[in-house]
Design a protein around this ligand. Structure first.
Ligand SMILES: CC(C)(COP(=O)(O)OP(=O)(O)OC[C@H]1O[C@@H](n2cnc3c(N)ncnc32)[C@H](O)[C@@H]1OP(=O)(O)O)[C@@H](O)C(=O)NCCC(=O)NCCS
Length: 144
């Protein structure tokens, strides 16, 4: 891998390229305009490029002191397993230093990746998804 370029700048992001990164990772279909909006409202952002190509990204929705919610962390398959995902998490955690809590939820099966970064299960976390039935199907919710 050549040296990686790290940035949090929004104005240089190709939102179609970011959308493609999520499709390939895979982390689902995230339309470019949706990404522009949610990244634009995220206090912390992380874009990693290798030779100009976007190879990793992530963001944190944070309020400046109480809570920072890490999300949309993904690495292009060509760069997975090289420590890049870990570095993105570390960077977003470092940017959230001093917050009372840093929270996230994993894609089912990816919990060990976040466990290695020090995250632990929350016993009372709950969520209302736009599509609750689908969230149940995908293993994000349980009834109890
Ligand atoms: C999950 C993801 C971000 C991890 O990034 P990565 O660059 O491949 O992972 P890293 O190389 O930084 O791995 C860091 C550590 O986590 C471990 N790890 C990575 N993925 C893991 C997994 N799925 N399960 C268990 N451990 C995992 C690695 O073995 C490594 O351990 P080590 O530090 O002891 O060597 C990346 O694989 C990805 O983009 N996947 C598809 C999208 C996705 O699921 N994103 C997460 C949403 S919750």
């Amino acid at each position: 891998m050549t040296s990686l370029d790290w940035s949090d700048a929004l104005d240089t992001v190709d939102w179609h390229e970011l959308s493609e990164l999520y499709r390939l990772a895979p982390l689902g279909i995230k339309p470019p305009e949706h990404l522009r909006k949610v990244y634009g409202h995220s206090l912390y952002r992380c874009f990693v490029r290798d030779g100009g190509k976007l190879v990793g990204a992530g963001r944190a929705l944070a309020d400046g002191g109480d809570c920072s919610y890490l999300c949309d962390i993904a690495v292009l398959p060509s760069h997975q397993g090289t420590g890049l995902g870990k570095q993105i998490v570390e960077r977003l955690v470092a940017l959230s230093k001093g917050y009372r809590k840093i929270i996230l939820y994993a894609v089912p099966g990816k919990e060990p990746f976040y466990r290695k970064a020090g995250f632990r299960r929350m016993t009372t976390a709950m969520a209302l998804f736009e599509d609750q039935a689908q969230a149940f199907e995908r293993g994000y919710l349980r009834e109890d």
